[in-house]
Structures are given as C-alpha cells and as structure tokens.
Design a protein around this ligand. Structure first.
Ligand code: AR6
Length: 197
C-alpha cells in the first residue's frame, strides 16, 4: 500500500522513517537535522557507533543503515545517503534507486510493516524533484510487487494447506508513505501515482 502525506516526517508514528543522511551519518541540515533534533542525543551516539567502512564513511552513497528511533514516535530510523546531483552524468539515477531499494530491503529484514520516505536528494543535494519522484515511485512499486508475490508464494507453499492453498490469512502488506514537505512535492507524487506523468 502506498500513501502520500504532506508534513514533518519526525512526527510520523511508523515502524521506520528514512533519513536523507550524509556518508558520515553524524547529522546535518534539512531532514537529517530535523530527525536528529527530534530523536535526541542518543541517535547521534547510535550513529557514531555504526562502523566506518573507510575513514569518515559509515554509509556509502546508495546504501542504508538502521538505528532505533529513540525520542521519535517512529520505532527506527533507516539512514540512507542519496547522490549529489551532478547533472545526471555520474550515475545519480542508479544511486538514488539503490537508496530506495536498500532502505526497503532493510525495513523488511527488520520486520517493519510501515515506512516513510522523505524526498531523498531533492533538497541540499539538488536532485530535480520530478525525476527523483519518478525513481522513488518506480522502486517502491517494484519492491511491493515482488514482496507481495513472494509472500503469496510462501503462503501457498504451506505443507498443511489442502490442495496447496494456504489456510493462514495473507501476510499484512507493507505500508509505504511518501512524506512530502511541500505542497508541490505532494502534487508531483499524486500525479505520478495517478499515472498522469
Ligand atoms: N520532514 C519531511 N521532509 C523534510 C523535512 C522534514 N522535517 N525537512 C526537509 N525535508 P534534504 P538531501 C525535505 O536537504 O537533498 C543534510 O545536510 C526537503 O524539503 O534534507 O538528500 C544531510 O546531512 C527535501 O524535499 O536532503 C546531507 O548532507 C527532502 O527533505 C544532505 O543534507 C530532502 O532534502 C542531504 O541532502
């Protein structure tokens, strides 16, 4: 299930909110700053404990890491690092797609049933908003379709089910929320999800 909301992601009581972080993971401006302020010092300390993969880099661009949400209403924070927009010539689209894929996979691995995304890379990192939204919608739709197919297959494979049919109710779907800060972002997502763009 996909939803669009307009507002402050730090106020959402979901299993996981996604942070548009930087590779160092120690906070910054934009949504990253808002999440760190709302979660409190414990989030900074948890981020600090995430091992560096090379000096100063805890989460390379396109990857994702998870921490608790501490003082946030969200249970967890999934930190991902979007690409800096360089005109589209440095693999930004693939890196942005990887942010969505890796965040969703990490959420599923951690049993999250609801996850909210900000518009990754479209603030300080300068990614064109509509192009970024197209990638976000494409990746979320593909992830949910694959997950639903896998869940249905696992239920159908229940050895005690008559005629190969599952007796257990369908696994609850993951709820994915696009949390848009501006009215304009919200409209872009609404149009994309209606298939207008
Ligand atoms: N809730 C939801 N969305 C928000 C909020 C909020 N409270 N605040 C901002 N946004 P940005 P980036 C939107 O700049 O482009 C940081 O310094 C905002 O309107 O936060 O990925 C990091 O440490 C925009 O649509 O992230 C990195 O260095 C979206 O969040 C760098 O910025 C993303 O804007 C990451 O830049």
């Amino acid at each position: 299930m996909i939803e669009i909301v307009q507002g402050d992601i730090t106020e959402l009581a979901v299993d996981a909110i996604v942070n548009a972080a930087n590779e160092g993971m120690l906070g910054g401006g934009g949504v990253d700053g808002a999440i760190h302020r709302a979660a409190g010092r414990a989030l900074f300390e948890a981020c600090f404990r995430v091992p560096e993969v090379r000096p100063g880099v805890r989460c390379p661009t396109g990857e994702a890491r998870i921490t608790p949400g501490f003082a946030l209403p969200a249970k967890s924070v999934i930190h991902t690092v979007g690409p800096v927009w360089c005109g589209g010539t440095r693999g930004e689209a693939e890196k942005l797609a990887a942010c969505y894929r890796n965040s969703l996979a990490l959420a599923a691995e951690n049993g999250c049933k609801s996850i909210a995304f900000p518009c990754i890379s479209t603030g300080i990192y300068g990614y064109p908003k509509e192009e970024a939204a197209k990638i976000a919608v494409r990746e979320v739709k593909a992830f949910l379709a694959a997950k639903n197919a896998k869940d249905a297959e696992e239920e159908g494979a229940c050895p005690h089910a008559p005629n190969g049919r599952a007796r257990t109710p369908a696994a609850p779907q993951m709820e994915v929320i696009f949390c848009c800060f501006s009215e304009w972002d919200k409209r872009v997502y609404e149009m994309l999800l209606q298939g207008v763009k």
